[in-house]
Design a protein around this ligand. Structure first.
Ligand SMILES: C[S@@+](CC[C@H](N)C(=O)[O-])C[C@H]1O[C@@H](n2cnc3c(N)ncnc32)[C@H](O)[C@@H]1O
Length: 244
């Protein structure tokens, strides 16, 4: 089956004009702690690849130029034309390539991504908890683990959201919780309606959490995780040695 092409849109549930207006209002205030945390995660992620593919960057409100500049080629899969124009303007020193593969439409997306970018590192930029059909998530989750097993890839994604503030999430180890419901019980100790985005533990390594006050009365709990391929003998490469 041929890979599905991204359809241009100016607005959808996960981005578009409303998201840019929110960013304009809040990125230097409510969003600032969340953006600083994402930038730290990106700084620490060092995939050995010359090409980076960013899926769903919007205008890159949580990306930073020093991270992007590490790659010889930066490609983006982003259906919103305004986001693409803003990305070019906000990161003028990066030679952006905008491609048209839609890797979120069905569970063949990860295999299409792997085939189109065999050598690249892939970054899902807070898109998997929002732009993937919830019914597709279980199959897509299996498909990404299989199709991208030889790639370096990472994702930060919404895990939980609510209209009331969670307790601080940043110092919690997500691996200490069996599932998203257990995490929600630890973060909201009162009766609150919490939405589960079904993305908990989506990427296996280096997992971490942050909370994001996306609007005055709306909070998201966001998880980071990465995948590092096993070496030719099937073992994960050794962790970086720190000299004392
Ligand atoms: C919440 S925004 C991402 C946030 C952004 N990374 C940031 O730093 O602010 C989700 C983005 O995913 C994009 N998107 C929606 N469907 C997509 C698809 N099928 N493939 C790639 N991106 C998609 C939306 O246009 C939107 O810009």
């Amino acid at each position: 089956m041929p890979a599905r092409r991204l359809r241009t849109h100016f607005a959808d549930a996960s981005g578009g004009l409303g998201y840019h207006l929110r960013a304009l209002r809040f990125r230097h205030s409510l969003w600032a702690p969340y953006i600083a945390t994402v930038q730290r995660w990106l700084h620490d992620w060092r995939p050995p690849a010359d090409t980076l593919v960013v899926v769903g960057p919007s205008a890159g409100y949580a990306l930073d130029a020093a991270f992007l500049a590490r790659f010889r080629s930066v490609r983006a899969l982003e259906p919103d034309p305004l986001a693409r124009a803003l990305l070019r303007r906000r990161f003028a020193q990066i030679a952006w390539h905008f491609d048209r593969l839609d890797c979120l439409h069905d569970d063949g997306g990860p295999a299409a991504l792997a085939a189109a970018y065999p050598q690249a590192a892939i970054l899902f930029a807070n898109v998997l908890g929002q732009a993937l059909e919830p019914a597709l998530l279980p199959a897509w989750r299996g498909a990404v683990a299989d199709a991208l097993r030889l790639h370096h890839w990472a994702s930060w994604h919404d895990v939980l959201s609510a209209g009331a503030a969670p307790l601080p999430a940043d110092d919690l180890d997500p691996a200490a919780f069996s599932d998203a419901a257990a995490l929600a019980r630890a973060l909201w100790r009162t009766a609150v309606e919490v939405t589960d985005h079904d993305t908990f533990a989506l990427a296996p390594q280096g997992r971490a959490l942050a909370s994001w006050r996306i609007a005055p009365a709306q909070w998201q709990v966001v998880e980071w995780g990465a995948h590092r391929p096993a070496d030719a003998h099937g073992a994960a490469p050794p962790a970086t040695q720190v000299r004392q």
